[in-house]
Design a protein around this ligand. Sequence first.
Ligand SMILES: Cc1cc2nc3c(=O)[nH]c(=O)nc-3n(C[C@H](O)[C@H](O)[C@H](O)COP(=O)(O)OP(=O)(O)OC[C@H]3O[C@@H](n4cnc5c(N)ncnc54)[C@H](O)[C@@H]3O)c2cc1C
Length: 583
Amino acid sequence: MKIDRRKLLAGGAGAAAVSVSAREAVAQGVEWHREVDVVVVGSGATGLPAAIVAREAGASVIVVEAEKHTGGHAICSGGNLPLGGGTAYQKKWGVQDSADLVFRDLTDWSVVSANGSADYRYNDREVIRAFADNCAATAEFLQAHGVVIVDKPPDIQGGNSVGASIPREMHCAPVDWPLIQTGKPAAPENRLTMSTGNGLMHPLAAAARKAGVEILLEHRMKSLHRQSPHAGAVIGIQVEHDNRIINIRARKAVILGTGGSTSNVNFRRMFDPRLTEEYCGVAGTPWSYQDASGELAAMAVGASLWGLYNNTAEMGSGITKPGTVGGQFGYVNLRFFPGSEVFDKARAAGLRVGDWQNLITVNMIGKRFYDETGKQFASDNYGVNKNYVQGSYLNSKNMKWNPNNYLNAALAGIGDGHNGGGPIWAIFDQDAVEREKWDPKAPYVDAENGFFFKADTLAELAKKIQMRFQRTPMPPENLEETVNRYNSFVEKGVDEDFGKPKPLYKIARAPFYAAWATPVLHDTRAGLRINGKCQVVDMNGEIIPGLYCGGESAGGFSLHGLARATCQGFIAGNNAVKEPARA
Ligand SMILES: Cc1cc2nc3c(=O)[nH]c(=O)nc-3n(C[C@H](O)[C@H](O)[C@H](O)COP(=O)(O)OP(=O)(O)OC[C@H]3O[C@@H](n4cnc5c(N)ncnc54)[C@H](O)[C@@H]3O)c2cc1C
């Protein structure tokens, strides 16, 4: 949102505070509009546990949340929660675990994916030790604050590099809470059996409010106030709300739980230059955005980044193959339907692909680039490492090489010098629609914004594909040639170009369709350098007093999702309250 400067200066926030930058303001004496002990930025998997813990330990707490609603990506999630270390839940099902085993798993250098990616080798030992030691306590904390766990043995089902050599994962049940995907509660028969982030985050938001945490929605943190630009403690934040700037003082600490950087094109390209603008369907958006605002604000006061390999490594769900096509947001496990609070932004639920034999994928110039049934990067690498032996080189020796390169081929582009791969289009015909039982119109596809096209001939279809990321027109003859060649492979039963296992169906019956199928970004696995207490550390290795961070905005920890975030929120909240109240 663009700030209207005149409105700012006239607004209730006070001219002295708004007419200068945050740093100058500190030097000049900030005009504080609010004051509490602990300010938490973000109401997701890190922020809400941090806020509840700090509040229940006696601190006054404000949570600022950029969106109109709480929950962050966590409420969009599958609610698969790999918190172990000897939880009551594990004990109930007879699973023996310990903090030491969690630590050992998450620092095992020998665990590799089938493409050679090392999941846990570059984890920071101090950060992992803290996680391991607080893992079980975090699980008990969540359950004590209303999170209902599905009553079945722990598993590793949601396994995207969840660091579990033994079953740890529990699943959050939605009970009667409305699902953000539909606006309605789950079907009665699923309320205690399905796994969803709704079952984690609705109860935590209720618990936070009940405990007396003040949650300020549509309050976006812009920057941090530090006593002096690169010295002293962090003493508050500058927030934008309703075109006004507000300064909130934190007597003890600020906790950043802003969720990572996948939605910030320039930031994410520091890790991978290929991730240009067309990767606009980040999982978890448009519910909330990972805009790197926490990282940028902390870096502006001297913070360091950490563990950067983890964000580029080809593992887990960092980048995913879309599971639905025809809408901007194609993440396999998240579909927004009419009735959802954000359907006006999501605009389409997408067509879920049941069988990639039903379509081909082509790049911007209408050429196939890979076997469409190809996989994304590997997950659950303990399961993949056959005969796993902790710390043994045999784990990589026993691994069957399988590069799973659909994504790298999709991101390779058309060789015109542009860094990203450009749009990827799923091309199919009416027969495919009928085989998949798709209804290729609203609310399933987004034709209005150029994420879905239909035509009576392939040449017409290629000409119609025009949208903001299609930087070069698709030559109609290319698409015709690609489809003809593919149809000849179907006749022969052999894909001579990309080895798709026995191509099954010709693309022959009009109308023909082109549906957005561009890879989806998902996890951030590198961010601010923190220590075992979740205190942010600067470029000299010194703690920045009064500044904490956890979850996807924190670095040094390759582990998918909720366990890392909830546990680091728990750790940060516990430590933030112990800070001295600064005058
Ligand atoms: C579709 C989907 C499915 C997933 N499934 C699983 C799963 O089953 N298991 C699992 O372990 N993990 C899963 N994950 C990952 C997991 O949800 C995230 O890793 C986790 O939510 C990260 O927590 P976080 O606190 O870092 O960020 P988030 O939960 O995203 O919270 C960040 C919050 O900060 C807010 N914010 C950002 N910037 C600002 C700012 N400047 N000012 C104020 N507020 C701000 C955001 O709006 C957001 O509400 C899934 C993620 C997605 C998207």
